[in-house]
Ligand binder design. Sequence first.
Ligand code: 5GP
Ligand code: ZN
Length: 118
Amino acid sequence: MTDDCIFCKIAKGEIPSRKVYEDDEILAFHDINPSAPVHFLVIPKKHIASMQDLAAADVPLLGRMQVLIPRLALEQGCRPGPEGGFRLIANNGADGGQEVPHLHYHVVGGPRPWKRNQ
Ligand code: 5GP
Ligand code: ZN
């Protein structure tokens, strides 16, 4: 936990969010500024600043997140199959365009066109 980290505060419930999924280790919540019909964020509850800060011990957590993501995407309205799908984005560090320094995956999808047709 980093005291001034906005996503740590969301994970602890100190800042409200529209939750998509929660368990002991993982939280998913809607992005406050969605760029597509489906746009939610998946975070580890523990503070990991970015992908560059991952350790080998985090592999099981990452595996759980990876398996969870397509399931949540479908639940949130992304269509199944090759004509459906979603985009998974992880910005890392300043050069990666990361604005919130707590590891997070953007899950972006729904029928195109999107607001930002990335
Ligand atoms: P980044 O550029 O770090 O990959 O993306 C950070 C994302 O977090 C942005 O899409 C932004 O809209 C979202 N975000 C920033 N602050 C909040 C917040 O307080 N609540 C929610 N739900 N999303 C946030
Ligand atoms: Zn944090």
